[in-house]
Design a protein around this ligand. Structure first.
Ligand code: HEM
Length: 499
């Protein structure tokens, strides 16, 4: 296309003077509306909230050009008053601007979470996957979602603090943090908080307790207080006390070194890194739990897609539980995890970036200060790379020889659910490992069938029934029936767990 004399913002829905599209965007499931608009206005379009332009990216081409290739100019975060400044007091590094503090946090967490370093958590993640199965077998009366949550929080907490496993019956020390992260995910959505839409309210809110309460919700103050307290020396020592104590427990081997340790040892600013690490990473694992809920749903609705992975597990591991050492020979598991994150990217609406300078992109102007919102839902079903993207089909990632296909360029090895550019998820390898080992164990151990409701009627879950949690999206709860695939499953697990 010929470039017009003065490039302008990508077109989009017409709004009101001053307010822009403020009254057209829903307060829940914003991304569903944004996907709808992309069908009308094209893969790249813009809308505005009270003068703030937001550029919506729904194609792989635009997202990779703007957020990956031009990431030097598009890796900032917008000012997030409620989330970053009020709730996290500038300490949650995923949300702060791209400044020196961010760089130090990012470097420190990359050191402990990169592909190689993530291998340190394999024994702990394997153990947790087995404890998950053990719980599901011995406590079928407890909702499977609760088991999944236990596993996810235990993995997250153990990685952060070197903690031993969190028991099903609790106590779960990470619980308040989970609450906090729910709030974080809600507040990261553009326009979700009134103080971000009308920043002039900020000083007023600081002064008025009434306003503070009314712009936030009931969890806010409690969760924020917990978050801030978790930096404090006494709190950290208290957690450490719990850890060391439990390490002697023979059933819970206590394997699993905190990923903070290497940083603490290496850095002179040990305390600073140590304390801050706890929050920047603690409870991100709830995203992994979300992915596992979608996994159960996919297995109920598309049972035939489990067959190749099962056949492979039978061939490679047989009657013993799978392990990371088997993963090279389990391409079907890799394909399953790729497809799971593609079909239902947990952060469906993407995480917002901000341009730090004016960018002329194709015929458009992306002005400095514009928000850029990559809609993972759409990008992960971009028809030019993933045809028939609404169908759950792990075989799309398998070639004629039964190996995982080489990914197409710019697809981040077919893991587009982890975002883009310099802000790409720092826990990516860690999360993929958690999902691979958990799905491998679940497929090895169980057949998944529809569960029944309180009247005994079989329930077919609706894959389009979403529960909004801001940047992440859950399936509406559904019952599932797990049928053990080996008669002596419980004994086999006991044998490996007590080793
Ligand atoms: C399936 C699980 C997960 C998914 C789908 C996911 C996805 C994402 C996405 C979309 C972003 C924003 C990227 C962007 O701005 O373009 C992000 C950022 C981040 N993720 Fe994850 N994540 C997952 C698990 C984790 C885990 C387990 C950890 C920690 C161990 C983690 C730590 C982070 C951090 C610290 C950031 C902020 C990075 C920055 O702003 O520089 N994530 N993640």
């Amino acid at each position: 296309a010929r470039r017009p004399a003065s490039p302008a913002l990508p077109p989009g829905p017409k709004g009101l003077p001053l307010f822009g599209n403020l009254f057209q965007v829903p307060s829940k499931l914003l991304w569903v509306k944004l996907v709808e608009w992309s069908k009308v206005y094209g893969p790249i379009y813009s809308y505005s909230l009270v003068g703030q332009p937001i550029i919506v990216l729904t194609s792989l081409h635009d997202a990779s050009e703007l957020l990956d290739r031009l990431s030097a100019k598009t890796s900032d975060r917008p000012r997030l008053i409620k989330l970053s400044e009020r709730m996290c007091q500038g300490k949650q590094f995923g949300m702060i601007p791209r400044n020196d503090v961010w760089k130090r946090y990012r470097r420190a967490s990359h050191q402990s979470l990169n592909v190689r370093a993530a291998e340190n958590y394999w024994p702990m993640q394997e153990e947790e996957a087995r404890i998950l199965l053990d719980g599901l077998i011995n406590h079928p009366e407890i909702d499977s979602v609760k088991h999944i949550h236990r596993e996810a929080s235990s993995i997250g907490w153990r990685a952060c603090f070197g903690h031993t496993t969190i028991p099903l019956e609790g106590p779960d020390p990470s619980e308040p943090m989970e609450e906090f992260f729910h709030e974080v995910f809600r507040a990261v959505v553009p326009g979700s908080s009134i103080v971000d839409v009308f920043p002039f309210l900020n000083p007023l809110i600081t002064r008025s307790k009434f306003l503070r309460r009314s712009v936030t919700d009931k969890f806010y103050e409690r969760a924020t207080a917990f978050f801030i307290k978790s930096f404090s020396e006494p709190q950290v020592s208290r957690w450490r006390g719990v850890l060391t104590h439990r390490l002697d427990d023979p059933y819970h081997s206590g394997r699993g070194r905190s990923f903070i340790e290497p940083n603490v040892e290496r850095n002179r600013e040990a305390d600073w890194y140590g304390y801050s690490a706890r929050l920047r990473l603690g409870r991100r694992d709830i995203v992994t739990a979300t992915a596992l809920k979608w996994f159960l749903l996919a297995m109920i609705l598309y049972p035939e897609t489990a067959a190749p992975a099962r056949a492979e597990l039978e061939r490679v591991v047989g009657n013993r539980p799978p392990s990371f050492a088997d993963m090279d020979r389990l391409p079907q598991i890799e394909a399953m995890v790729k497809e799971l994150l593609r079909w239902r990217p947990p952060a469906a609406g993407g995480v917002v970036h901000m341009a730090t300078e004016d960018i002329v992109y194709e015929e458009y102007l992306i002005p400095k200060g514009a928000m850029l919102l990559p809609i993972a839902w759409s990008i992960c079903r971009d028809p030019s790379v993933y045809p028939n993207g609404d169908a759950f089909d792990p075989s799309r990632f398998i070639d004629g020889m039964g190996n995982v296909k080489s990914p197409l360029p710019h697809t981040h090895e077919d893991y587009l659910a982890f975002g883009h550019g310099r802000r790409i998820c720092v826990g990516k390898s860690f999360a993929i490992n958690s999902l691979s080992i958990s799905t491998a164990h679940l497929l090895w151990a169980f057949d998944f069938q529809k569960g029944v409701d309180e009247h005994g009627v079989e329930v077919t879950p609706d894959p389009m029934a979403f529960l909004d949690n801001g940047a992440t999206v859950y399936p509406k709860p559904f019952p599932v029936k797990l049928v053990p695939r080996l008669p002596d499953l419980a004994e086999r697990l006991k044998a490996v767990l007590s080793k």
